[in-house]
Write a protein that binds this ligand. Structure first.
Ligand SMILES: [Zn+2]
Length: 224
């Protein structure tokens, strides 16, 4: 939060027109809810990309949870784009991490699902490779169904809840550009789309980057 300029790549700052808004940091939003940074004890990551990891150092006590493959990929930073997207300055000083292997239970047909150490069994890490090899979603069992945070497995509300994919051209391009394994990304997105049609009454789907999906949840009227 305090040194944003040194953490983001110039490429993505320009491409995404990233603006500094102190009131939108995770820390500011959690503070607005009446909590302190110390109250955040666990953070579950979908990818470790710059737009997901930027606030981690505001929560030095928190334990991170993510797939081991995401850690491995982020450390390799083998291409120009991977060096732009994975920014060690955002997470390099964070020591406490719980990582998970590519094996585990099955959740609605999705394999290698892990329960998370020191967290309730209602929270599951669901591997959804494509955007990055170690990208994962987070499923949470509630009293009346499931929440699925799909991370960056889709970007636009029209990609779920209907059998035919609807996405803006810009977001189609951005997903392709950011996809480290595009066949896997398309495959997993299609499986999620089918799941959202078959079990939409039981599972509430939302991703990282659709403001209207988020607004629906905030107003307790999720998109169906
Ligand atoms: Zn993202």
């Amino acid at each position: 939060m305090h040194t944003p300029g040194s953490r983001l790549s110039g490429f993505f700052r320009v491409l995404n027109n990233i603006q500094r808004r102190d009131d939108l940091t995770a820390l500011a939003q959690i503070t607005a809810l009446g909590f302190r940074a110390e109250d955040v004890r666990h953070i579950i990551l979908t990818p470790l990309d710059f737009d997901h990891a930027g606030g981690l150092t505001d929560f030095p006590q928190a334990r991170l949870h993510l797939l081991q493959q995401e850690v491995d990929t982020s450390h390799r930073r083998h291409s120009w784009l991977s060096r732009e997207r994975y920014r060690p300055g955002q997470w390099g000083g964070i020591g406490q991490g719980e990582t998970y292997p590519p094996q585990g239970e099955t959740w609605f047909g999705f394999k290698a699902v892990n329960r998370l150490r020191a967290l309730p069994p209602e929270i599951l890490l669901v591997p959804l490779a494509g955007h990055t090899p170690g990208h994962a979603g987070i499923a949470i069992r509630l009293s009346d169904g499931w929440l699925l945070h799909g991370g960056d497995a889709w970007f636009y509300r029209g990609e779920m809840r209907q059998l035919t994919r609807h996405c803006t051209p810009g977001l189609r391009f951005y997903q392709w550009m950011m996809g480290m394994d595009n066949p896997a990304r398309r495959h997993n997105q299609q499986r999620l789309r089918e799941l959202s049609c078959q079990h939409g009454g039981e599972i509430t789907f939302f991703c990282s980057h659709d403001a209207r999906e988020l607004a629906g949840l905030q107003s307790n009227a999720p998109l169906r």
